[in-house]
Design a protein around this ligand. Structure first.
Ligand code: ATP
Ligand code: MG
Length: 333
């Protein structure tokens, strides 16, 4: 069975084709460079760029997979959460293809897509596990009880961790989006240079907070001269990253121990962070747990994760109603 997955919720136009539940035949991802000069995604520009790109990305995905359009059995597209204008482009394109080809269509929750990226890679990931969904818009600690059954154990009370990475990158003059660059620079810096706050680390809940950390970095940067800042950019990146990652790891391990869950996965763009993966793996090893994480290309937004979730959604509950609309603030559970 061939599933074509479409992702357009933010600033990546992506179309992928997968065979059955996990074989990726193609996964074309086109990022939008236009936003970098504004230091963040401009919603109207994002939808226009998706409109310009979607047809060629679709053809490229078919070509790379060496698949004839008539061979696609199922169409899947993200319907939320995300920017409404951006979502509408991919959603309507997917619905139009399904209608024109008389094939089923399934609308996919973007967050379920991020989680499903793990199924593409880890055949042995048990149905019941913990996952940390960490991206530009979300920080969620989720108990998964089989595909489609989610219990949110904790979430950010303010900014998402990816948003904090992007804002700190901007403060350090590293461009947008800056998570990957902070990760790289942190490798050259001293993580003990400055002790930024570990927000809510001692709090009983499994919730997170990232706006205070971002402010602490801003105040520190403001206290430096331009010369001092240039000298310590890598140290600030490393110290910020250590604070951001430590809380994620601490709360995830605490949940795994309290709930006696051995298997923990990461999903979303921040899941490609090297320090997070290193620390999480080490801490899980200490408690006899197992660690799962998709490769970076499947962590940030991509069509393959939407196809993977769409395939499973279709098996679970059949096709979506063709009247399905974009839902910008769609929740996972
Ligand atoms: N190596 C990395 N370390 C830290 N953060 C990273 C890394 N690579 C990417 N990111 C961050 O991941 C985020 C993008 O992830 P993703 O594409 O999943 O987010 P989004 O789709 O914009 O948000 P959402 O999925 O919540 O709608 C950005 O904030 C980016 O800075
Ligand atoms: Mg995303």
């Amino acid at each position: 069975m061939l599933t074509l997955g479409i992702e357009s919720s933010c600033d990546e136009t992506s179309v992928a084709i997968i065979k059955d539940d996990r074989e990726i035949l193609s996964n074309i991802i086109l990022g939008q460079m236009i936003h970098s000069e504004f230091g963040g995604v401009v919603p109207e520009l994002a939808s226009r760029e998706h409109m310009k790109a979607i047809i060629s990305v679709y053809h490229e995905a078919l070509k790379a997979a060496q698949v004839n359009p008539d061979d696609i059995d199922l169409y899947a597209a993200t319907y939320g959460p995300g920017l409404v204008g951006a979502l509408l482009v991919g959603l309507n394109f997917g619905k139009g293809l399904a209608y024109g080809k008389n094939k089923p269509f399934v609308a996919v929750n973007h967050l379920e897509g991020h989680i499903a990226a793990n199924y593409l890679i880890h055949e042995n990931l048990p149905d019941s596990h913990l996952t940390l969904v960490i991206s530009g818009g979300h920080t969620l600690l989720v108990q998964v009880n089989g595909f489609g059954s989610y219990q949110i154990l904790g979430q950010t009370q303010d900014d998402a961790v990816g948003e904090a990475y992007d804002k700190v990158a901007k403060l350090l003059g590293l461009g947008y989006p800056g998570g990957k660059e902070i990760d790289r620079l942190a490798g050259e810096g001293d993580k003990k240079y400055f002790k930024f706050p570990r927000a809510m680390i001692k709090d009983e809940s499994l919730n997170f907070s990232y706006s205070g950390l971002k402010t602490a970095v801003a105040l520190h940067v403001r206290s430096l001269t331009e010369e001092q800042l240039q000298k310590h950019v890598a140290d600030i990146a490393a110290s910020f990253q250590e604070a951001a990652v430590e809380v994620l790891v601490e709360k995830t391990i605490r949940a795994a121990e309290e709930l006696h869950i051995k298997d923990v996965s990461l999903s979303g763009g921040v899941a490609s962070n090297s320090r997070l993966k290193e620390l999480m793996q080490k801490r899980l090893q200490n408690i006899g747990g197992n660690f799962y994480c998709p490769p970076p290309k499947l962590c940030t937004d991509n069509g393959a994760m939407i196809a993977a979730a769409g395939y499973r959604r279709y098996k679970l509950s059949g096709p979506s109603d063709m009247n399905v609309n974009a839902v910008p603030y769609l929740k996972l559970a």
